[in-house]
Design a protein around this ligand. Structure first.
Ligand code: SF4
Length: 236
């Protein structure tokens, strides 16, 4: 595992748990709005690389306080030791949350089948035809769809997340995404789609820093409108 950051305590990242968040280095996407430039680019000179043994030492010390670990990135499923890493965390009696862009369904399935993860958060960048625009690379969208469908049907707790970029997510695009989720989830009452506010700061593509972010009020109104038809929408 290449670990490039650690948030020692979080009360908000893992619903219902006091957790820590560990960041993995490297990503196969280049989302223009991404704020994790250093992790995505994997520039080890600019990152505080954490040794795995030091991370587990930290967990041992904090075991009485922590209830869970969030693994985020970059894209965690690119790490070849991810399964063993998760197993070690679980063996310490901690719950595990995985953040993923959904591009590696095989790895996510293996983790779920072996009960290695308790919560999965998957990115849903935009409607499928425009996916490369917001992932910054060509994407095998069928793989992302496969991960999402599998997670929606198999994981005890999950959420789908979208960073709402005002210039990219028109009402029509959001409705298309909502309809796809509704159909894919087969009316799963646990479906939760979280819309997060775009922040034009420190973006991977500096052009995105020129985009005006929506106000909290605008986000609230947009979510309220969507919820009239799609009750599973939440404001992140
Ligand atoms: S926002 Fe995109 S580029 Fe950034 S870590 Fe997530 S998937 Fe990778």
């Amino acid at each position: 595992m290449i670990l490039g950051g650690l948030q020692k305590t979080t009360l908000v990242d893992f619903p219902g748990r006091i957790a820590c968040t560990v960041f993995t280095v490297g990503c196969n996407f280049r989302c223009p709005f991404c704020h994790n430039k250093d992790l995505v680019g994997g520039d080890k000179n600019r990152l505080e690389i954490i040794k795995e043994e030091d991370f587990f030492e930290f967990l041992k010390k904090r075991k009485k306080v922590l209830e869970g670990v969030c693994i985020t990135g970059g894209e965690p499923t690119l790490q070849k030791d991810l399964f063993a890493f998760c197993r070690k965390i679980k063996s310490m009696g901690l719950d595990l949350k995985l953040d993923t862009n959904g591009s590696n369904p095989e790895i996510v399935k293996k983790l779920i089948e072996n009960k290695m993860v308790d919560y999965v958060a998957i990115d849903f960048k935009t409607e499928w035809n425009s996916y490369p625009d917001l992932a910054g690379v060509e994407v095998e969208v069928e793989k992302v769809q496969e991960t999402m469908k599998y997670v929606m049907r198999s994981v005890p707790a999950y959420c789908i997340r979208t960073t709402h970029v005002p210039t990219m997510h028109s009402d029509a695009v959001l409705k298309k995404m909502a309809v796809w989720l509704l159909n894919a989830s087969k009316d799963n009452s646990d479906l939760v789609w979280i819309l997060q506010k775009f922040r034009p700061i420190n973006c991977l593509d500096v052009e995105y820093e020129k985009i005006e972010a929506w106000s909290d009020e605008e986000m609230k109104n947009m979510t309220r409108e969507l919820r009239k038809k799609f009750a599973f929408v939440r404001l992140g």
